[in-house]
Design a protein around this ligand. Structure first.
Ligand code: HEC
Length: 175
């Protein structure tokens, strides 16, 4: 019978003490707030769980426009104009992108698995990220400043980053 008051007291202490401890940590614990600070343990992994879940619910399955030279060249011009400053080219990584937190991935760099940038992601996932942006990172949402066709042109370009590109596009991305 004495267990019940004890359980109630523990419950109340729990709901008061836990938020209090969190507040004290946020004010006095020096959590990472500067771009140059080190990240929390597992910070990137935890942030990516809801992002990946949302993308996989909403991303289109296939591109509505074909992978023609014309679309790839247009995608490369858009990339040069809007994206290169953070994501770099094959011959020139971006110093600005590396100064962000999280860093902007260099989208023309080859990975150990043979993929280049996001060429190993589904094109619909890349389209979703470009259209909607990635919250609390430097990645802008281009859904209002680029047309649907332009969003797909630059997405197709990035999906082909591990393959030969038409001469103009290849030159623009530094290959
Ligand atoms: C101001 C800097 C900035 C600009 C400009 C920018 N991005 Fe990003 N982008 C980022 C950052 C930072 C990330 C990493 C976000 C993260 O870690 O979740 C990112 C992530 C991405 C990703 C996901 C990469 C991955 O590994 O999953 C893609 C794709 C992408 N950007 C494409 C683009 C395209 C295309 C443009 C131009 C239309 C662009 N970005 C413009 C900063 C930028």
């Amino acid at each position: 019978m004495k267990l019940l008051p004890l359980a109630i007291a523990s419950f109340i202490a729990g709901i008061i003490l836990l938020p209090l401890a969190i507040c004290l940590y946020l004010v006095f614990g020096n959590p990472p707030v500067a771009t140059a600070d080190k990240s929390f343990p597992l910070e990137a992994q935890i942030a990516h769980i809801p992002l990946q879940a949302r993308i996989h619910r909403e991303m289109p399955v296939a591109s509505p426009i074909p992978t023609t030279d014309e679309n790839l060249n247009a995608g490369a011009s858009l990339y040069e104009d809007k994206c290169e400053s953070c994501h770099g080219t094959a011959d020139q990584p971006s110093a600005l992108g590396r100064a962000l937190f999280p860093q902007a991935p260099q989208l023309w760099i080859k990975h150990a698995n043979g993929g280049v940038g996001v060429s190993d992601d589904p094109v619909g996932e890349t389209y979703w990220k470009i259209k909607n942006g990635i919250r609390l990172t430097g990645m802008p949402a281009y859904g209002k400043s680029l047309s649907e066709k332009q969003l797909w042109q630059v997405s197709l370009l990035l999906s082909m980053a591990d393959k030969p590109l038409p001469a103009d596009a290849s030159h623009t991305v530094g290959r």
